[in-house]
Design a protein around this ligand. Structure first.
Ligand SMILES: Cc1cc2nc3c(=O)[nH]c(=O)nc-3n(C[C@H](O)[C@H](O)[C@H](O)COP(=O)(O)OP(=O)(O)OC[C@H]3O[C@@H](n4cnc5c(N)ncnc54)[C@H](O)[C@@H]3O)c2cc1C
Length: 448
């Protein structure tokens, strides 16, 4: 039995790598030995999260999940099933979103709204007269319900349906969504989910955003209680992993797949496996796996930072204006303001975390370096019309270009998993969907 077990390498220990490794390790027929490679010196799913130290006592206190890794009913069906299977608890924090222009050093909100409209009556930004505010709310309501109705009834064009992919930019033009609404509301809110520039977001396939809007409409949003390290602990119990191992190439050698890596001392090693699963971003896939070098170059990525800090200077007035108007029950935890500050090209979000630290994601204005506590840097995979075609071709969904010789998932027993490895937004659900695809191909039961 031991000799007949298949040797599997999983490269990367984000959500996708860890979930795939967990499913294969728990194959009811026990057919797989799984070895996981991670270039960092710790497992990566929780590696960017940060434990705040109390400035007075010096004791470690709250754990901040970076990224926040929020999820919602309607879109994250497999993720929720997995969390429920592991008994991971999650809650629905109440957020207050304050939309501001980054015109000068102070953010001054032009609109404030609450997640799932939990705050009634609506909060009125300081400095805006009742009349101007009511006009703005009415205008916004009309645009919002028009956009929502379109998401349900005006299907975006795709290569499959119309021979060409419609971008978000083309879709909002086609449905005649007013530019003022697009610029001041739609792009700031959507780009806080996709964490990229407004231009890059407008190049996304419309079908991604429309599907996301439709499926999360009026749904609850959640975050894991106690931190995402609980998920990592469950997924990695009994896992065989090699940390500090940067995989440098993956090659087919006869019927096997050879993995080469270097350790932190610069020592190189190689080993043959029956299957190799790449749970890394497309830029890394292109660098280590020759058959996908040129295809991966067409999948856009960007670098995003999340900064934990105590530089309140920019939001001090906006924050005061929110807190003075807010009320909450004695058995409720206070809502959490998120300031979305935009310039012409991008939006940063500044989260007033209950720990009293601020977390700025995708910073576009300077933060006082003296007040920075911690910075995490991520590679964010984006979507475009071209990249959707490549991804769909690799995962066998494409109808176009059937005769192309482009590599397909599973060729030569090499598999791809990741937030980007499905036809949708690059989010945690893509990690689960792609891990499930590998499980199905290898005939392994998914335990949730
Ligand atoms: C700022 C930000 C906010 C986000 N917010 C949310 C959110 O709220 N909700 C949500 O659903 N999604 C969110 N996402 C998206 C989501 O976090 C990602 O889609 C998901 O984490 C991707 O996981 P992954 O396992 O595919 O890849 P990754 O997490 O990128 O893991 C890849 C791993 O491979 C390792 N690696 C890379 N190269 C090598 C190599 N050569 N050898 C060995 N190991 C290597 C890396 O160290 C890393 O551990 C956010 C993303 C960002 C950047």
């Amino acid at each position: 039995m031991a000799d007949s077990r298949q040797q599997v390498a999983v490269v990367g220990t984000g959500m996708a790598g860890l979930v795939t490794a967990y499913i294969l390790r728990n194959d009811p027929r026990g057919r797989f030995d799984v070895q996981v490679f991670e270039k960092q010196d710790k497992l990566s799913l929780d590696s960017a999260s940060h434990t705040l130290t109390d400035t007075k006592s010096g004791e470690k206190s709250e754990r901040l999940d970076l990224p926040m890794r929020a999820f919602a009913d309607g879109y994250y069906l497999s993720l929720r099933r997995m969390y429920d299977h592991f008994g991971i608890t999650y809650g629905s924090p109440r957020f207050i979103y304050a939309l501001s222009k980054l015109a000068n050093t102070q953010a001054s909100p032009y609109f404030i709204h609450s997640s799932n409209n939990h705050q009634v009556p609506l909060l009125r930004p300081n400095g805006l007269s009742w009349i101007s505010w009511l006009i703005e709310v009415c205008y916004l309501a009309v645009c919002y319900y028009w956009f929502t109705a379109c998401c349900f009834f005006v299907t975006p064009e795709t290569v499959e349906s119309a021979g060409a992919e419609e971008t978000l930019r083309q879709y909002v033009d086609r449905i005649r969504l007013p530019q003022y609404y697009v610029k001041h509301y739609m792009l700031p809110l959507m780009s806080s989910v996709t964490t990229c520039s407004h231009e890059a977001l407008l190049d996304f396939p419309a079908v991604d955003l429309v599907d996301y809007e439709r499926r999360t409409f009026r749904q609850k949003h959640y975050t894991v209680l106690g931190g995402v390290h609980r998920v990592q602990t469950k997924l990695s119990e009994g896992l065989t992993h090699t940390l500090g191992a940067k995989v440098t190439s993956v090659e087919n050698v006869g019927t096997k797949v050879q993995v080469s890596w270097t350790d932190t001392d610069g020592q190189s090693s190689t080993r043959l496996f029956d299957h190799v699963i790449l749970g890394v971003t497309p830029d890394v896939v292109g660098a280590i796996f020759q058959p996908l070098r040129s295809a991966m170059a067409a999948i856009p990525t960007t670098t995003v930072q999340s900064v934990v800090h105590r530089d309140f200077s920019r939001i001090i007035n906006a924050s005061k204006s929110i807190w003075t108007q807010m009320s909450w029950g004695s058995n409720q935890s206070p809502p959490q303001p998120i300031h979305m500050c935009s310039n012409d090209g991008a939006t940063e979000s500044i989260h007033e975390h209950p720990s009293s630290a601020l977390i700025t994601t995708y910073p576009i204005a300077p933060i006082d370096p003296e007040k920075v506590v911690y910075t995490a840097t991520f590679t964010r995979v984006l979507r475009s019309a071209a990249s959707r075609q490549i991804v769909n071709h690799i995962f066998g969904k494409s109808i176009a270009d059937e005769k192309s010789h482009l590599w397909r998932n599973g060729d030569g027993n090499v598999w791809l998993v990741g937030g980007w490895c499905w036809d949708g937004m690059v989010m945690l659900e893509g990690c689960l969907a792609s891990a499930t695809r590998v499980a199905n191909a290898l005939d392994v039961e998914v335990p949730w």
